[in-house]
Design a protein around this ligand. Structure first.
Ligand code: ADP
Length: 485
């Protein structure tokens, strides 16, 4: 197993209470580098016994943590924000090694991730309540906001650092204790983050981190056992549904950030250069492995050919390779299963008549690479219209009419984000209002921002992360009724 200083510096054990521990079973789980197919290291592989101990630690710490001064909680986040920025290069490299994204993108994610801590460090001191006199004048109503209690945070592999800080930030600000379970493909970023929070002064038991290869065996007893008061999950809609069912049994509050199927609509009055730039971000950020990725690109028939030609030139010019190599624009996909899915969806679309303008062929050799691909004239019954591609494939459809494109864009069970390019302000607002998604990018391919409420409607999820409302998900209202004497 090759060693790497940045990997050597990360704890490989479970964080439970105040220490780092091996899994009770003694088992470990291998972390792979998707660019080379080699094993980077082994980390502890938690099971149900470890989960029970993590829950006990989180429950024990909850009351004291809830009483910690808001400013003190905010300062911990602020210090963690600063440490993340000081170690940005190491954290970026770690992320690239375990999940493949090019270093430049990994640096971008480190900055984005740190920003959630800064944002919520500022929100920690703004939790407030209310006071009112009842309509009949007999009672005082004093409204408090209190932490919901121990939270289970489950994160995906595609943004391993930012999905952690987006959940930990508001939980810490609100005064909740946590169990954090990262994706098995990317435990290292999460372990590094856990160590940084301890260094920043987070008290023992407030954040417990369980890396595991068997998510169901760790998560289900936690959710069904009754000690967890809140689940915050980012991942697939399929797993989100399973977790929502488990949460129903013990009435656990849930926030779910699930899959997307983003439409990207280019009207004939759009600035085509800006639209191509926007699509390069909305499609190629993270190699297309993002729930916000443009999945269906609808281009007005009058500009479809021009748009496709400009896009193809940009996509064909991208350099595919190991994310640690200078000049790489597109890294490997997360694993063989992820790449097989992309390949299958492309084959299906081509089989139904789509034209490959660039890409479309799996390269030989190690690493799970897939080339930037443009498909034109994709028929509306192609499987990828109803499936998240999660890869660097732009599927272009044409449309003629505003009403028609809004109807097709909304014809999906998902509703996370949509993108609209037009120079007509009335149309931008009209279409933006009619699209059934939690977020709309108007003449931009990037909506994610720690200061804005991120989340979806329909089967893309429940709740919002970030923005002023992000902390609400971790707070309960309590009202005290006090009669006037
Ligand atoms: P993806 O298909 O992109 O890997 P998943 O929804 O499978 O997305 O994974 C997101 C997160 O959910 C990961 O941390 C994963 O380990 C976890 N997960 C997967 N299956 C389950 C399950 N049955 N119960 C709890 N967590 C799960």
């Amino acid at each position: 197993m090759p060693t790497h200083p940045v990997i050597d510096s990360v704890p490989k054990q479970l964080r439970i209470g105040e220490g780092w521990e091996a899994a009770a079973s003694g088992r470990t789980l291998a972390v792979d580098n998707p660019a080379t197919g080699t094993v980077l290291c082994e980390v502890a592989d938690a099971g149900p016994e470890d989960a029970a101990r993590a829950l006990a630690a989180a429950r024990e710490a909850q009351q004291g943590w809830a009483r910690t001064a808001p400013r003190a909680r905010g300062e911990i986040l602020r210090r963690a924000h600063e440490i993340i920025l000081e170690r940005a290069e190491d954290l970026a490299l770690l992320m690239t090694l375990e999940m493949g994204k090019p270093l430049a993108e990994a640096r971008g994610e480190v900055a984005y991730a740190a920003e959630f801590f800064r944002w919520f460090s500022e929100e920690a001191v703004r939790i407030d309540g209310g006071f009112a006199t009842s309509p009949d004048g007999r009672n005082r109503h004093l409204v408090l906001r209190q932490p919901v209690g121990p939270c289970l945070l489950i994160t995906p592999w595609n943004f391993p650092l930012a999905m952690g800080t987006r959940k930990i930030g508001p939980a810490v600000a609100a005064g909740c204790t946590m169990i954090l379970k990262p994706a098995p493909q990317t435990p290292l970023s999460t372990l590094a983050l856990t160590a940084i929070l301890a260094e920043a002064g987070l008290p023992p038991g407030v954040l417990n981190t369980l890396t595991t290869s068997d998510a169901a065996a760790v998560v289900e007893p936690l959710l069904r056992g009754g000690g967890i008061r809140k689940l915050s999950f980012t991942g697939s809609t399929q797993v989100g549904r399973i977790l929502l069912t488990q949460c129903a049994d013990t009435v656990v509050r849930t926030s779910l950030e699930l899959g997307g199927n983003a439409p990207f609509i280019v009207f004939d009055d759009a600035d085509l250069d800006a639209a191509v730039d926007g699509l390069m971000v909305a499609k190629m950020r993270n190699m297309g492995e993002a729930c916000t990725a443009a999945n269906r690109v609808y281009v007005h028939a009058g500009v479809a050919e021009d748009f496709a030609a400009r896009l193809t030139a940009r996509m064909a010019a991208l350099t595919v390779g190991d994310g640690t190599a200078p000049g790489t624009d597109v890294g490997p996909l997360i694993d063989a299963a992820g790449r097989d899915k992309v390949e299958r969806l492309v084959r299906d679309a081509v089989g139904r008549g789509a034209k490959v303008l660039t890409g479309g062929e799996v390269p030989e050799g190690p690493g799970t690479f897939y080339p930037p691909t443009v498909l034109a004239q994709v028929p509306r019954d192609a499987e990828l219209t109803g499936t998240e591609i999660f890869g660097p494939v732009a599927a272009l459809f044409t449309f003629e009419d505003e009403d028609d494109v809004v109807r097709i864009a909304n014809d999906t069970e998902w509703g996370l984000v949509s993108y609209v390019f037009t120079r007509d302000l009335d149309r931008a607002l009209r279409v933006g209002e009619r699209l059934e998604t939690g977020m709309v990018g108007l003449n931009t391919g990037l909506v994610s921002n720690p200061a804005a409420p991120f989340g979806g409607v329909k089967q893309s999820g429940l709740g919002r992360e970030g923005g002023r409302v992000g902390i609400d998900e971790f707070l309960e209202y309590k009202y005290l009724a006090i009669p006037y004497s």
